[in-house]
Design a binder for this molecule. Structure first.
Ligand code: SAH
Ligand code: SF4
Ligand code: F3S
Length: 465
C-alpha cells in the first residue's frame, strides 16, 4: 500500500505538439458518481498530457472504473482484465507500451488481490485516492506496481483540477457534481459503506466554485450527487448549519444555470427545508429519486432501512403537496433473505399506492462482507426471478401511464444532443424523460417550449410550439 501525501509533485514533462501526447481510455461501470469520478480522473490526467480517447486500440493507458454493487462484479472485472492482458501483449510486440489501471469500488474491495490475479495490471486505485492516480502512474512507469486504497487524509477534491475554461464545453449541457460521498447507513444488503467509506460532505464554497465553472463552460443543468445526497450538510457563509435545501437555494442564484437536480436521496434525510425548496425553486426540477427497496415493514427492518412503509407514504404525500407535479422514482430489491410471498405482495401494494414515473428493480445479490450475506433463508433464484418479472411489469405499466399522461402538455425542453434522425435533437423534460424534436444542432443548450405528441418505449416525441 502507498500512503503518499506528496500528490502535488511536478507532472511529467510533456511536449504538447501532438507527438508526445498520450491517450487514455476510461471504461466506466456503475452509478453516476463513477461517471463523475471518470471525468475528474480524466482532468487530473490531462495535466500529465493524457488526452481522452474512445478507441481502446490507440490507448497508452486503459482504466476500468469499476462497480461492486451487484452480481459477480469482481468476476466481470477479472475477465475484462484477461482481454486487456492480451491487448497489452500484442501492443508490446509492436513496441507500444500500454498501462492498465483498475479504479472504483472493485479496486477498493479487492485491493492487492487484483495484482495477484491479474499480473498485467499496473495500478489499483480506490475511489478516495484517485487524485493520486498521476503519481501512481509515474511510479508504475518506473516499474513498480501500485495499490493505493488507503482513505486519504487530504481532501481529494482540493487536489483535483476541474478542466480549464472552454475545455468543459465538449462535455455537454448537463453535468454531475459530487457534493457528498460515502455512507454511514449500513443497509444490510449493501457494499457501498465499505467501498466508499463514511459520509463526507464537500464545503459550500468548493461546490459553488465548481458549479460556476461548469456554467461558464456551457453547462445548463447540474445534478448534485451523493450516495446519500440529502444527508449533505455544511456551514453557510456566516457559519450557520446548512442542509441540502440551503445549498440548492444558493446554487439557484448562479446566473445562467437553468436547472438543478440531486440524487440519490434516503427517505430518512428528506427534511422540511429540502421539501420547501421543491415548492419555491423553479430551477429545481420536479423529479425525485427516493428509493424504498421494499414495501414490507418486516423486510425494511431486516434491511436496516430504519423507516416504515407508513412513514414513506406520509413523506411522499408531503412532497406531493409541496410540488404536485413531481415525478417520483425508486429502487427495489426483490428476494431479500426471508422475503415471503406476503412481503412481496406488500411491495406491489406500495408501488400501486405511490405510482412511480420511473423505477429500478433488482434481484437481491449476496455481497460478501455484508450482514445480509450471513442471513439464513436466502430466497431461491427462480423465486427472485419470478418476483422481479411481476414487479417490473407493474413498474413498466406505471412508467408508460406517466409518459402517456404527458401527451398534449406544453413543457420546457433542454436541448441536449443530436437525435437519431438528421435534423432532430434529443432534449430532457423536467421529469428526466428523453424527448425527440425537430431542431437545429446550433440550438443545443437552449431551453425551448414543446408540445408532447406521442410516446415510445423509452422516449417521447414533441413539436416545437
Ligand atoms: N444510497 C442509495 C442506493 C445506492 S445503491 C439508497 O440508499 O437508496 C443503488 C441501488 O442498488 C439500491 O437502491 C438498491 O436498490 C440496489 N442494491 C444495492 N445493493 C444491492 C444488492 N446487494 N442486491 C441487489 N440490489 C442492490
Ligand atoms: Fe447502501 Fe443503504 Fe447506504 Fe444506500 S443508504 S448506499 S443502500 S447502505
Ligand atoms: Fe457501484 Fe460503487 Fe457506485 S459499488 S453503484 S460504483 S458507489
Amino acid at each position: 500500500m502507498t500512503q503518499e501525501s506528496a500528490v502535488l509533485d511536478a507532472p511529467d514533462t510533456v511536449v504538447r505538439d501532438g507527438s508526445n501526447t498520450r491517450k487514455v481510455f476510461i471504461k466506466t461501470y456503475g452509478c453516476q458518481m463513477n461517471v463523475y469520478d471518470s471525468t475528474r480522473m480524466s482532468d487530473a490526467l490531462a495535466k500529465d498530457g493524457y488526452e481522452p480517447t474512445e478507441d481502446m486500440e490507440e490507448a497508452d493507458l486503459v482504466l476500468l472504473n469499476t462497480c461492486h454493487i451487484r452480481e459477480k462484479a469482481a468476476e466481470k472485472v477479472y475477465s475484462a482484465l484477461g482481454r486487456l492482458r492480451d491487448m497489452k501483449k500484442r501492443k508490446a510486440a509492436d513496441g507500444r507500451a500500454m498501462m492498465i489501471g483498475v479504479t472504483g469500488c472493485v479496486a477498493q474491495a479487492e485491493g492487492e488481490e487484483i495484482l495477484r490475479r491479474a499480473p498485467a495490471v499496473d495500478v489499483v486505485i480506490g475511489p478516495q485516492t484517485y487524485h493520486r492516480l498521476p503519481h501512481a502512474l509515474r511510479r508504475a512507469k518506473e516499474g513498480q506496481r501500485v495499490v493505493d486504497t488507503e482513505y486519504a487524509l487530504e481532501d481529494k477534491f482540493e487536489h483535483l483540477p476541474i478542466a480549464e475554461k472552454g475545455k468543459i464545453r465538449s462535455r455537454g449541457v448537463t453535468a454531475f457534481l459530487t457534493v457528498q460521498e460515502g455512507c454511514d447507513k449500513f443497509c444490510t444488503f449493501c457494499v457501498v459503506p465499505y467501498t466508499r467509506g463514511s459520509e463526507v460532505s464537500r464545503p459550500v464554497q468548493q461546490i459553488v466554485e465548481e458549479a460556476e465553472k461548469l456554467v461558464d463552460g456551457g453547462v445548463r443543468e447540474i445534478t448534485l450527487l451523493g450516495q446519500n445526497v440529502n444527508a449533505w450538510h455544511g456551514a453557510g457563509p456566516n457559519g450557520q448549519a446548512w442542509s441540502l435545501g440551503d445549498l440548492l437555494y444558493r446554487l439557484a442564484e448562479i446566473p445562467g444555470l437553468a436547472r438543478l437536480r440531486y440524487t440519490t436521496s434516503h427517505p430518512r434525510d428528506m427534511d422540511d427545508r429540502l421539501i420547501g425548496a421543491h415548492s419555491d425553486l423553479r430551477k429545481l426540477m420536479p423529479y425525485l429519486h427516493l428509493p424504498v427497496q421494499s414495501g414490507s415493514n418486516r423486510i425494511l427492518k431486516a434491511m436496516n432501512r430504519r423507516h416504515t412503509t407508513a412513514e414513506y407514504l406520509a413523506l411522499i404525500d408531503k412532497i406531493r403537496s409541496a410540488r404536485p407535479d413531481i415525478a417520483l422514482s425508486g429502487d427495489f430489491i426483490v428476494g431479500f433473505p426471508g422475503e415471503t410471498e406476503e412481503d412481496f405482495a406488500d411491495t406491489l401494494k406500495l408501488v400501486e399506492d405511490v405510482r412511480y414515473a420511473q423505477a429500478f428493480s433488482f434481484k437481491y445479490s449476496t455481497r460478501p462482507g455484508t450482514p445480509g450475506a450471513e442471513l439464513k433463508d436466502q430466497v431461491p433464484e427462480e423465486i427472485k426471478a419470478d418476483r422481479l418479472e411481476r414487479l417490473q411489469a407493474l413498474l413498466l405499466k406505471q412508467q408508460q401511464e406517466f409518459a402517456e399522461a404527458c401527451v398534449g402538455k406544453v413543457i420546457d425542453l433542454l436541448l441536449e444532443k443530436p437525435g437519431r434522425m438528421p435534423g432532430q435533437l434529443i432534449g430532457r423534460s423536467p421529469w428526466l424523460q428523453s424527448v425527440n424534436v425537430d431542431a437545429k444542432a446550433s440550438q443545443i443548450g437552449d431551453i425551448i417550449n414543446v408540445r408532447i405528441t406521442g410516446t415510445s418505449t423509452n422516449s417521447l416525441f414533441a413539436d416545437v410550439v
